[in-house]
Design a protein around this ligand. Sequence first.
Ligand code: UDX
Length: 437
Amino acid sequence: MRITMIGSGYVGLVSGACFSDFGHDVICVDKDETKIAALEAGKMPIFEPGLDTLVASNVAAGRLRFTTDLKAAVAGADAVFIAVGTPSRRGDGHADLSYVFAATREIAEAIDGPVVVVTKSTVPVGTGDKVEEILTELAGDFPIAVVSNPEFLREGAAIGDFKRPDRIVIGTEDPRAQQVMRDVYRPLYLNESPILFTGRRTSELIKYAANAFLATKITFINEIADLCEAVGANVKDVSRGIGLDNRIGSKFLHAGPGYGGSCFPKDTLALLKTAEDYETPVRIVEAVVQVNDTRKRAMGRKVIAALGGGDGTSVRGKTVAVLGLTFKPNTDDMRDAPSLAIIQSLLDAGITVRAHDPEGMEIAKTMMPDITYCGDAYAAAQGADAVVIVTEWNIYRALDLKRLAATMAAPVMVDLRNVYPPSDAERAGFAYSSIGR
Ligand code: UDX
């Protein structure tokens, strides 16, 4: 198969590299010349475990290429995937589809034969209909099918998720397009990953419903964690106790500082906008968005309380070490990271912040220039009045707690990811607090 991937960001690059690894002939397109030049030189624009070697081996095998020339890349393709960004539109929270439609118009001008155009970007219900309208109007002479094929990969585990998905969702009722998509994913369904064929609108909604459900699960356990703290229960045991029920499932029940990242915050908002447009409110998701937003600042107050502040007592002049800045481990992605809101509330209280993150500091420096960035966890904790674990990177799971405590002005730890058993931290001399325990 000849596959063209429009957009070489997170989803486009991972999907393109994985498709080429299946044996397809893949060309990834991007407008950003610097990005394409870097990719051609073997440099990855994002941090994703395993991506560099996957790209290198498929480039070497001649199956994966990069270009800025969309027109040449689309000519002769069996399937053209649109994997451009759909950020939240400033002001109203709707998904911004301008990149999707711009790419569609360029594809229309380049089409030179029958082709299947696939939206892999997360797009609101009805976007496929509009893409089809544009293509039919501008390139109507050839048989064109528009398919929705959402992506469910998680940052940090993206290649594994792509190659061993729980399911593949393909939204089209066109038999020719269904066959092309079967051929595209043949290596996966030979591995028994189920393929679900649905209508296009249904497929578009599945993506939003999946992300909203996962965001709901996280937010649910976060509120139960607060209740655990109030009644003296342990949220880790509650998670296990309910998660062992197959109907509930154990995943996405880790209480923490609230979800962040490039998908859940944006996609929950976009789903609410669709619901509003169709006058069919999804009230549970409305509550999830609101609870998650307020939670991040509440985490800042939790740290201030651990320092003895709040209720009129000032913590001005104290120093806090923040461990982990990215929205989750194994990524350098800072988008909607809980650390941003937590650190802001600490700065607002007059606290000095020293931080460390294994991959996120370069990007974080551009977003939070007013904090001190340190070489490792121990350096960050030097002279601090409290250390806060915000992101559960593996290197923070096996800290020498006695050494950490010894470098601090006061050994206080706020563990927002429940990384440590309380007894371990207390044995090392910490005044320790965590989430829901
Ligand atoms: C998510 C979806 O998992 C993926 O299917 C979709 O394609 C894109 O959005 P991603 O944003 O990469 O992927 O991260 P994910 O691992 O889902 O975590 C999202 C956020 O939820 C993170 O901030 C994480 O820390 C938080 N989270 C996750 C929890 O707080 N508790 C959990 O139990 C799980």
